[in-house]
Design a protein around this ligand. Structure first.
Ligand code: PLP
Length: 293
């Protein structure tokens, strides 16, 4: 139930449908965002809404799609969807896709449609995972060429690898996958950026050549700097993760998620590390409005 914003109108959830010849359904050319609203004392607040909206426009620009709405219209629309659905906290999914006016790869003259849906999605992972941490495995799927050159776009077509990698991880008893880039360096999780704390006490995260420019990643880098921690963006190898003191994933859905095991190797002492915990607390305080932006 509820309503979905569909091309400028609020339509009942069940009626928000599209044709089977929708171009994006066939070829995967589309862009989307994952945004989150948290319940704060002042009511529901959408975390870094402007940045997510800007990334949606950048993703569309990268793919050569013109979104037929302004940034301000989509910002307002996202607030409207949370409000009209009476949600206190929510996961929001803005998505832009190509219409059904024609098939084929030329994709000329196709309408760009936009939807914004929102629903209550309290925890992406088992809620215990935030404290206990998760087990991950290196994926046999990599961030392949198109994804690496286009990794600034949060695009529908980029997620096949992520889904295959996640399924592979789940099938082998892990909770998440770690994808490497084409050269074998650590890229990111299926839908998360990764950070490690090494013996030197420095926080490391892969540079933005093979991973999405995560908004949570950016938030965590700022928090770490607030704490006086040194943060280095550099290429990371798989074995640096094995011997890290702490490791964690960040993402709008996953939030700040400790990693306790990687490819069967215990990370640190197998428990959420102190820096992870501190950054996690800062993150939750921030999103729920307890901390000034
Ligand atoms: N990497 C990928 C592939 C993602 O899909 C996401 C989720 O959006 C992230 C990283 C984390 O990005 P953000 O923190 O902006 O949600």
């Amino acid at each position: 139930d509820g309503v979905i914003w569909f091309d400028g109108k609020l339509v009942p959830w069940r009626e928000a449908q599209t044709h089977v010849l929708t171009h994006t359904l066939h070829y995967g050319m589309g862009v989307f965002e994952g945004v989150r609203a948290y319940n704060t004392d002042a009511g529901p607040a959408i975390f870094r809404l402007e940045e997510h909206t800007d990334r949606l426009f950048r993703s569309a620009h990268i793919l050569g799609m013109t979104i037929p709405y302004s940034r301000e219209e989509l910002i307002e629309a996202q607030k409207t969807v949370v409000r009209e659905n009476g949600l206190d906290s929510a996961y929001l999914r803005p998505m832009c896709f190509l219409g059904s006016e024609g098939m084929g790869l030329r994709a000329e003259g196709l309408k760009v449609h936009c939807i914004i849906a929102a629903w209550d999605w309290p925890s992406y992972m088992d809620p215990d995972a935030k404290e206990k941490g998760i087990k991950i495995r290196t994926s046999s799927y990599t961030r392949h060429h198109v994804n690496i050159t286009m990794c600034k776009a949060k695009a529908n077509g980029n997620y096949m690898n992520s889904m295959l990698a996640l399924r592979e991880a789940l099938d082998s008893g892990c909770e998440e996958a770690l994808l490497l880039d084409n050269e074998g360096y650590v890229a990111e999780g299926s839908g998360e950026n990764i950070f490690i704390v090494k013996e030197d006490g420095i926080l490391y995260t892969p540079e933005l050549t093979s991973c999405l420019e995560g908004i949570t990643r950016d938030t965590i880098i700022r928090f770490a700097q607030d704490l006086g921690l040194e943060v280095k963006e550099k290429r990371i190898t798989r074995d640096e993760v094995y011997i890290a003191k702490e490791a964690f994933f960040t993402g709008t859905a996953a939030e700040v998620l400790p990693i306790r095991e990687h490819d069967g190797r215990t990370i640190g002492n197998g428990q959420r590390g102190p820096i992870t915990e501190q950054l996690q607390t800062m993150y939750f305080d921030q999103v729920t409005g307890k901390r000034e932006v």
